[in-house]
Design a protein around this ligand. Structure first.
Ligand SMILES: *[C@@H]1O[C@H](CO)[C@@H](O)[C@H](O)[C@H]1NC(C)=O
Ligand SMILES: *[C@@H]1O[C@H](CO)[C@@H](O)[C@H](O)[C@H]1NC(C)=O
Ligand SMILES: *[C@@H]1O[C@H](CO)[C@@H](O)[C@H](O)[C@H]1NC(C)=O
Ligand SMILES: *[C@@H]1O[C@H](CO)[C@@H](O)[C@H](O)[C@H]1NC(C)=O
Ligand SMILES: *[C@@H]1O[C@H](CO)[C@@H](O)[C@H](O)[C@H]1NC(C)=O
Ligand SMILES: *[C@@H]1O[C@H](CO)[C@@H](O)[C@H](O)[C@H]1NC(C)=O
Length: 341
């Protein structure tokens, strides 16, 4: 369980005008709807998946509009994952697979929370900017167990990119919103670690800070059905480095001190390693990062041993400088490896 790594990617878009503002439905923080809706069909505001044109397009964009456009696009994917689970499974599907009899209800409640995030992020985008709509998404799960496993990975990833987005936010109010949303994702993740996987849910003293949030968002493009996004959607994420994805090869446990062998699964997007130049596997964990030499011939490296084992997540990138000190120094990745055991 939780052995799989997560490499995600992103999308283009397709939509129509006149999607409702969140004000047209239940208000997060005022209505219990975003905890108690139990329908099998889409929760508000996802009953309208089109992009919304700016009500007043000539207005200057808000300071954090780009951030919230990126986040809303990511949220559509996460919401859709949970909505798919609600639509496809029922309580017995999870029980028969050996999970607690509360699992389906929790998944429904997480779906509702994610719908509330859609409403919150829609409202955070100013009236001068497009509110991205939903694409179609395909997720790599086949049954109740692999569904729950992917859900856990999505939650840890979202906590990591929310932390990184705080570094991009210009308004203090946006920073507070991001922390408050991350706290909710952390609760979802705590629930799944304890109840679903019967694991220790703690992450050590700090969860992982990964400063290049858009690099994680890029990986969610892998879930988007090509050409399915509303045409009015802005590019996602923006900016987007179009980094090569990394996958780990074989049964590597991805534990500190062990060796890791990586591949770049997108044949059309391979890293361009310069002959004679040194490259590094940079492992972000907690508030730190540790680097080790990356052998470009064999695609291998040793995961730095001096990382706290068994807790939280490690986020790996390949960089042309130890510590990946700049965005441009990252040449491939990221790869997210949960360490819960
Ligand atoms: C979406 O849901 C809201 C709240 O339940 C409802 O007012 C609205 O009519 C729905 N819109 C569509 C297109 O179904
Ligand atoms: C759950 O879904 C299965 C498969 O579709 C169905 O056979 C079963 O009756 C459902 N159980 C409940 C409690 O709805
Ligand atoms: C769910 O499981 C718990 C303990 O495993 C049990 O006490 C409870 O009766 C079950 N509830 C339902 C609705 O099956
Ligand atoms: C989606 O587009 C990407 C890049 O354009 C391409 O590599 C991939 O094969 C496409 N996938 C499908 C399912 O068409
Ligand atoms: C991976 O682990 C599984 C289960 O332990 C084993 O059956 C399989 O042979 C292993 N694969 C490789 C490539 O080592
Ligand atoms: C990684 O750690 C090094 C050394 O502490 C630091 O200089 C560097 O800025 C860190 N990288 C990032 C991306 O924060």
């Amino acid at each position: 369980m939780l052995r799989h790594t997560l490499y995600l990617a992103i999308f283009s878009a397709s939509l129509v005008i006149g999607a409702p503002l969140s004000a047209d439905g239940p208000q997060p923080g005022q209505s219990s709807y975003y905890s108690t809706y139990r329908g099998k069909t889409d929760a508000f505001p996802a009953n309208v998946t089109k992009a919304a044109k700016p009500p007043t397009p000539n207005d200057a964009p808000g300071d954090d509009d780009l951030l919230f456009q990126n986040l809303l696009s990511a949220e559509w994917a996460i919401y859709s994952f949970y909505q798919q689970g609600v639509a496809r499974f029922n309580a017995s599907a999870f029980e028969e697979a050996g999970f607690p009899n509360t699992t389906y209800d929790r998944i429904s409640e997480i779906r509702d929370n994610e719908a509330g995030h859609l409403a919150i992020f829609q409202e955070a985008i100013s009236s001068g900017s497009v509110r991205p709509g939903a694409c179609e998404y395909q997720f790599p799960y086949t049954d109740a167990a692999s569904y729950l496993e992917l859900g856990t990975l999505l939650e840890v990833s979202s906590m990591a990119f929310l932390t990184g987005l705080v570094l991009q936010a210009k308004l203090d109010a946006s920073k507070a919103t991001l922390v408050a949303i991350a706290e909710v994702e952390s609760r979802h993740n705590t629930w799944s670690l304890m109840d679903v996987w019967r694991a220790n849910p703690f992450a050590g003293p700090s969860d992982t800070i990964f400063p290049y949030a858009n690099e994680i968002l890029e990986t969610t493009n892998l879930f988007i059905v090509n050409g399915s996004c509303p045409p009015e959607n802005p590019p996602y994420p923006s900016p987007n480095q179009k980094l090569p994805f990394i996958s780990n090869v074989g049964n590597a446990t991805m534990k500190p001190g062990s060796s890791i062998s990586v591949a770049f699964p997108d044949e059309a997007n391979q890293p361009k390693f310069v002959d004679g130049k040194d490259y590094y596997l940079v492992a972000f964990h907690g508030t730190n990062n540790v680097s080790s030499p990356f052998d470009v011939e064999t695609g291998t490296a040793v995961i730095p041993a001096d990382i706290e084992p068994h807790r939280g997540i490690i986020i790996f990138v390949i960089a042309d400088c130890p510590g990946a000190p700049t965005l441009e120094s990252v040449v491939a990745g990221p790869l997210i490896a949960p360490q819960y055991s």
